[in-house]
Design a protein around this ligand. Structure first.
Ligand code: COA
Length: 260
């Protein structure tokens, strides 16, 4: 098979796809090519049957240690604007696609790595991973959503502490979990198993119900409570027009596993 990508590996098996950022010698730092390839993988190569996408980094040292600092050295303001918009647009897309996106985090998730993880629906972290936004140490600010998403996740006081003090405030996986940044933390050697268990749980449920739950839950950060509740009610009603709820409810009452 032709090699499609230079900086990522895309593997697909039935309803599950895994994207591995494959620059372990640079701790999987994000340059323009990585982000472009992430976007291409998601928009052009993910099979229609895929329901869960796992994003991870190669090697054991880092999920992603940030945007590529060496590549940023020569950026003009115009190129920096383009780079920021490119990352923001791919990361925002992860929040909008119907598939559930899981960040499987081992090692450092710093800067753009923390921003990438925050754009995923679930962050499942090995206990030795580290989260942080050290951009200010470089005289920069986060450019892929960190100034916006972190406070929404962990609240303004903690977000500002992390963003303003940079490397001095890297979070352990356990702290990230306690603060609501990570969804689950497990022993490093359990990480693959835990992600597999989560995938199994997601795949056992109604595909439409899962996708709509993601959409509505994410939308709750964008719209008023009344507007969100109204969308919830109409989507709840729509569930009763399809075969999925029929099968799920019948299966429960007949004491059997549903077939979605
Ligand atoms: N961009 C580009 N290259 C990076 C990188 C990044 N964000 N993070 C790490 N690397 C490279 C290093 O330059 C080094 O490359 P080299 O072997 O060619 O010199 C390699 O990855 C290994 O990193 P190294 O620094 O030697 O590992 P370490 O274990 O000593 O430190 C970190 C690990 C994560 C603490 C350190 O690499 C670091 O601080 N990285 C930058 C984090 C950051 O500021 N991210 C936000 C960017 S906006």
């Amino acid at each position: 098979m032709d090699k499609i990508f230079d900086t990522i590996i895309l593997e697909q098996e039935g309803p599950v796809a895994q994207i591995t950022i494959n620059r372990s010698d640079k701790l999987n730092a994000l340059n323009t090519t990585v982000i472009e390839e992430l976007g291409t993988a998601i928009f052009e190569h993910i099979n229609a049957e895929v329901r869960v996408i796992v994003i991870t980094g190669s090697g054991s040292k880092a999920f992603v240690a940030g945007a590529d600092i060496a590549a940023m050295q020569s950026l003009s303001p115009e190129e920096a604007l383009e780079f920021s918009r490119q990352g923001q647009s791919v990361f925002s897309a992860l929040e909008k696609i119907p598939q559930i996106v899981i960040a499987k985090v081992r090692g450092f998730a710093l800067g753009g790595g923390c921003e990438l993880a925050m754009s995923c629906d679930l962050i499942i972290a090995g206990e030795s991973s580290k989260f942080g936004q050290p951009e200010v140490n470089l005289g920069l600010i986060p450019g892929f959503g960190g100034t916006q998403r972190l406070a929404k996740r962990v609240g303004l006081p903690v977000a500002l502490d992390i963003l303003l003090t940079g490397k001095a405030k890297m979070l352990t996986a356990q702290q990230a979990f306690q603060l609501g940044l990570a969804s689950r933390v497990v022993a490093d050697e359990q990480l693959d198993n835990e992600v597999d268990e989560v995938i199994k749980a997601i795949l056992a449920s109604g595909p439409n119900a899962v996708a709509e739950t993601k959409r509505l839950c994410r939308q709750s950060f964008e719209v008023s409570l009344d507007a969100g509740l109204s969308s919830e009610a109409s989507t709840f009603a729509t569930c009763f027009a399809g075969e999925e709820a029929d099968e799920g409810i019948s299966a429960f009452l007949e004491k059997r596993a549903p077939k979605f």
